[in-house]
Design a protein around this ligand. Structure first.
Ligand SMILES: [Zn+2]
Ligand SMILES: [Zn+2]
Length: 342
């Protein structure tokens, strides 16, 4: 089968590899759509802290069930359209025992540590399959995994009605967080995004934005919050300049949530977090329940909120390096999806 294999950092090649053979309790999935994620780029650039090569990239996967384990008598059927939770946790470590399998000490992810979805077929544990409503189109349903991230961020940040929220970065994840936060009743939600076409797109989705090269985020904070600080500040950019500013933008006793995955080190004044008793919260993945709730949110709201518009670029698997380049250059407006049959 055709697959995009990350052979080494910065070296993604379209290869012919064998169709995966499902192990015990695994299903074989024929991939219909695969989403390109910012974390694929972190991996591609060799900046992910635990990724391994060679690996077929991609953890945002929609497909149909090609085979189920022998003797399987669960709710899924052959040919059924599904999403999949890409987390492979050990079930034995202290984190798993505490009910935190998404930060398993031995965590592996489809598309980062084991072969993922930029391929004609992939395999996944049957316990990681997520069912879909029949009437949600493939090109909307593929947003399910990013919405799982958004759902988990909402669980971690507990947005309250009327909260004033600042988000650095208006690429896909920043936009999902804004959509969820507004649905949760936030009073103001403002995204800071430097990329103009992306900023215009975010505005067209009904979200307030600033251009940080024109509007100083501190001035905005003073205007919006009378100088007291935002209730919640999210960083989805991973850019040191954005992260360093977070404690200054956040109110006393507020929350700071980081979604950057880069392993690069830089100086950060932790005393600012202590002085204001800011709650600093890391975010990585999601539980199976978050995944299912994120997908339900998408199914319930995609028409009314026009969430289908978030898929802005469609490419074939043969154009995978073009997709990576678009992500590197920031020329994708929102989500790029890959059709593995092309
Ligand atoms: Zn992702
Ligand atoms: Zn574990």
């Amino acid at each position: 089968m055709k697959a995009a294999v990350l052979k080494n950092w910065l070296d993604l090649e379209l290869c012919d590899i064998p169709v995966p053979v499902p192990g015990e309790n695994e299903a074989l999935i024929k991939v219909k759509r695969a989403g390109v994620c910012g974390s694929d780029i972190t991996v591609y650039r060799g900046k992910h802290m635990t990724a391994t090569v060679p690996t077929v990239l991609c953890h945002e996967i929609l497909g149909t069930i090609e085979s189920l384990p022998e003797g399987y008598d669960g709710k899924f059927k052959l040919g059924q359209r599904v999403l999949m939770n890409p987390i492979i946790s050990c079930g034995k470590c202290a984190a798993c025992q505490r009910g935190l399998p998404w930060v398993c000490e031995n965590l592996k992810l489809l598309g980062i540590h084991v072969d993922g979805g930029f391929a004609e077929y992939t395999k996944v544990g049957v316990d990681k399959l997520v069912a879909l409503d029949e009437d949600i189109p493939d090109e909307v349903a593929i947003l399910g995994e990013p919405f799982a991230v958004g759902q988990h961020v909402m669980v971690n940040s507990q947005v309250q009605k009327g909260d004033k929220i600042f988000i650095s970065g208006g690429a896909t994840v920043g936009l999902y967080i804004a959509v969820f936060a507004k649905a949760a009743g936030a009073g103001r939600v403002i995204i800071s995004e430097i990329n103009e076409p992306r900023r215009k797109f975010v505005e067209s989705m009904g979200i307030e934005t600033i251009n940080p090269t024109e509007t100083d985020a501190m001035d905005l904070m003073r205007e919006v919050t009378d100088g007291h600080g935002f209730d919640i500040v999210y960083d989805t950019s991973g850019a040191p300049s954005c992260v360093l500013q977070m404690p200054d933008l956040c109110r006393c006793g507020g929350k700071m949530l980081s979604l950057g995955l880069s392993g690069d080190a830089y100086p950060f004044v932790i005393g600012k977090v202590s002085f204001k008793e800011i709650k600093l919260i890391g975010n990585r993945l999601y539980s199976q329940e978050d995944f299912e709730q994120g997908v339900r949110f998408l199914e319930d709201n995609w028409r009314e909120m026009h969430l289908d518009r978030m898929v802005t670029d469609r490419l074939g698997l043969s154009e995978i390096n073009k997709a990576i380049q678009m992500m590197l250059d920031g020329t994708n407006i929102c989500k790029i999806i890959i059709d593995p049959t092309k």
